[in-house]
Write a new protein. Structure first.
Length: 294
């Protein structure tokens, strides 16, 4: 018996067992219950691209919009390095002057939601807003074009990691330091979904440092994630004096993880998998090797 009908807006935790079971068309399991949600078509949509300058300011924008913009549907971010590559590749100009970090948000409602996006005017350095479909597509193009453009620059190290929203600023800071130490000539292109606590880490020009960088990024994301969980658990009233039961088991797991959680097993599993794949490729190509990224 397996159930994932928890009603979350977005659930990207663990394997996509829902897709696996539904796609098996009854060969792996029988679906006995499904949760459906009808979404009203919103008549008015507005997108805004903000120049925020830093991740800390982007998080303030997110906090403000969550509190004042009930029609908020999406909010992403990307860095200046991504904007530079997009403009160069697509032969377009940036919407406003240079800034270190950009955030793009979209609101949708039955009435014009522009005023909701305007609630963050005092938090941003610059902005470009559009309620027309062509204008919204043009603004989102700066963000959406990143994946295809990165592929044209070679084979980057690509990692998708979950980082607590409260730790995103620290993650970006520590990530830049990590790359400077392990691969000083490589370039980081960082972007992601701000509200979903999801970061897309792309490192260009680090072919000789893939393994070290991968392990370093996973360690960093794991450390920040565990610290966030422990700080949350520590705030529970029964954290110190948990009685036997589910609560006590959660506390025991959290205490066992304090300062001891290590991302090496996961990194080692992936490294072993890739080494096996490279060995198979070498045998099949008569000695030539190719590197596959997952």
């Amino acid at each position: 018996m397996f159930c994932r009908a928890f009603g979350l807006l977005k659930d990207n935790a663990g394997l996509d067992l829902n897709g696996l079971l539904v796609g098996s068309e009854g060969t792996l399991a029988v679906v006995t219950q499904a949760r459906l949600k009808l979404i009203t078509v919103r008549r008015r949509r507005v997108a805004a691209l903000f120049g925020v300058g830093s991740m800390a300011k982007a998080l303030r924008v997110l906090e403000r919009l969550r509190a004042t913009a009930p029609s908020l549907e999406a909010i992403d971010y990307f860095e200046q390095s991504g904007m530079r590559h997009v403009c160069a590749r697509l032969h377009v100009r940036p919407p406003f002057g240079r800034t270190s970090l950009y955030s793009i948000a979209e609101c949708a409602g039955d009435s014009d939601p522009t005023h909701e996006l305007g609630s963050v005017a005092d938090l941003v350095e610059a902005s470009a807003v559009s309620g027309e479909e062509s204008g919204r597509r043009a603004l989102w193009r700066y963000r959406d074009a990143l994946n295809e453009i990165l592929r044209s620059l070679g084979t980057p190290l690509k990692l998708d990691v979950a980082v607590p929203v409260s730790s995103q600023a620290l993650f970006a800071e520590e990530l830049n330091k990590l790359i400077a130490v392990l691969a000083s000539r490589a370039e980081l292109v960082l972007f992601g979904h701000l509200g979903d606590a999801n970061a897309h880490v792309n490192v260009i020009g680090a072919d000789d440092h893939f393994d070290e960088l991968e392990e370093g990024v996973l360690r960093l994301a794991t450390r920040l994630g565990v610290q966030s969980v422990l700080s949350t658990v520590s705030a529970w009233p029964n954290y110190r004096d948990a009685q036997p039961g589910p609560g006590a088991r959660r506390v025991a797991i959290a205490r066992a993880s304090e300062g001891k959680y290590d991302a090496v097993p996961w990194a080692a599993i992936r490294n072993d998998r890739e080494k096996e794949l490279r060995c198979r490729t070498r045998r099949s190509t008569g000695g030539a090797t190719s590197r596959a990224r997952f």
